[in-house]
Design a protein around this ligand. Structure first.
Ligand code: MRU
Length: 365
């Protein structure tokens, strides 16, 4: 399977692949401060819900390493503040706060007695606790890799050789620790000779489909066709699409799923043309505390991204008003199945999502 990963920890350094420079340049950035992480997440240098979660886990370690708390209590309080700061970088993907909470839980419950450090100096305990935080960040990364590998296997059961598949945004290797969520079965199918034909929506305004999905699918050798977002109905009507696969940034308890702006329109079209619509949602992206999609906070970004950022000159008259929500919510009624690392979930979502979130990893539907 594809070996691309947008995140690496090597020789004591945490680095991210700057996705704003893809597909032209593959540049790695070293993250040295919590501000580096905040900026990387906010500017989409690292992006995609699971990858943001992994970056936040390492971000908590980096922030804690750089701060000079002089007691265990002060260390925990500092970590809480680092967590609030990192969570303010982007609001929609739940993986960010999920990873921060996981790191905070570790700091709170870490027991120096169990490490043989009961009477040791705070300095010695701090060093051991930081080591433990680093191990936890590495675990978050490895678990995401494994979750994506499993989603690839489950997802492939829903697809057949030769299918035409439409995808929106990038929920691939670049959006995760490795392999991707909804692109994992496509990379896996490619390895097994399935011969899929993938149509990638360009995904305005930041062009994750054009810049990132096409880059990684073509690296895998997948037959890939780029279309503008407003062409989805045309390729569906022509009968070229047998399934739609997308990722998710936060799925509410009732199965409503927030994903890249434009996803909900694709789901409505898929229903119209009787095409199955599959949403790939690792359990770290299921937010059972949020009842429905109406409660999901949707990030609104700078309007310049629409008419300025990617163009040599402005593509709209000066002073134009803009509205630039980064995500929308697909109704659970338009989702044929949800693919998690623990198996495939079908309606009724309220009951079945709660059950899968609580279940141990299992084999099959
Ligand atoms: O704004 P982005 O590029 O972070 O948005 C990414 C998406 O919407 C992805 O589809 C989602 O995070 C799932 S990634 C596996």
């Amino acid at each position: 399977m594809i070996e691309v990963s947008p995140i690496r920890y090597e020789n004591g350094q945490f680095e991210i692949l700057d996705q704003t420079q893809l597909p032209g340049t593959e540049a790695w950035l070293t993250m040295e401060t919590r501000e580096d992480i905040w900026d990387a997440i906010h500017a989409l240098k690292v992006r995609g819900a699971p990858a943001i979660g992994v970056a936040a886990a390492y971000g908590m370690w980096i922030a804690a390493k750089n701060s000079s708390a002089d007691s265990r209590e002060a260390f925990y309080e500092a970590c809480r503040e680092h967590g609030d700061y990192l969570c303010s970088s982007r609001p929609t993907a739940v993986n960010l706060s999920w990873a921060v909470k996981r790191m905070l839980r570790l700091v709170k419950t870490w027991n120096p007695d169990a490490e043989g450090l009961a009477g040791a100096s705070w300095e010695a305990q701090r060093t051991a606790l930081l080591d433990r935080m680093l191990q936890e960040a590495v675990a978050v990364q490895k678990e995401d890799e494994e979750a994506c590998r499993r989603m690839g296997e489950y997802g492939l059961r829903l697809l057949s050789p030769g299918m035409g598949i439409l995808t929106h945004c990038n929920a691939g290797a670049l959006a995760t620790a490795k392999y991707g969520t909804c692109l994992a079965p496509i990379h896996l199918g490619q390895e097994k000779g399935y011969g899929f034909h993938v149509f990638a929506d360009e995904t305005r305004p930041l062009l994750q489909g054009a810049r990132l999905t096409c880059w990684e699918l073509m690296k895998s050798g997948v037959d890939t066709t780029l279309i503008c977002d407003n062409m989805a109905a045309t390729v569906m009507k022509k009968g070229w699409i047998d399934a739609v696969v997308v990722g998710c940034d936060r799925m509410a308890a009732n199965g409503d799923g927030a994903n890249k702006i434009g996803t909900s329109g694709v789901a409505i079209l898929a229903k119209e043309f009787d095409i199955p619509f599959y949403m790939y949602v690792p359990t770290s992206t299921i937010d059972l505390d949020t009842e429905t999609g109406d409660e999901i906070r949707i990030e609104c970004r700078d309007g310049e991204e629409i008419y300025q950022m990617w163009y040599e000159k402005d593509m709209a008259p000066a002073g134009v008003k803009t509205f630039n929500p980064a995500f929308d919510v697909t109704s659970h009624e338009n989702i044929t199945a949800v693919i998690t690392e623990k198996g495939i979930v079908r309606p009724p979502y309220k009951e079945n999502l709660a059950a899968i979130a609580a279940a141990p990893a299992r084999d099959g539907e």
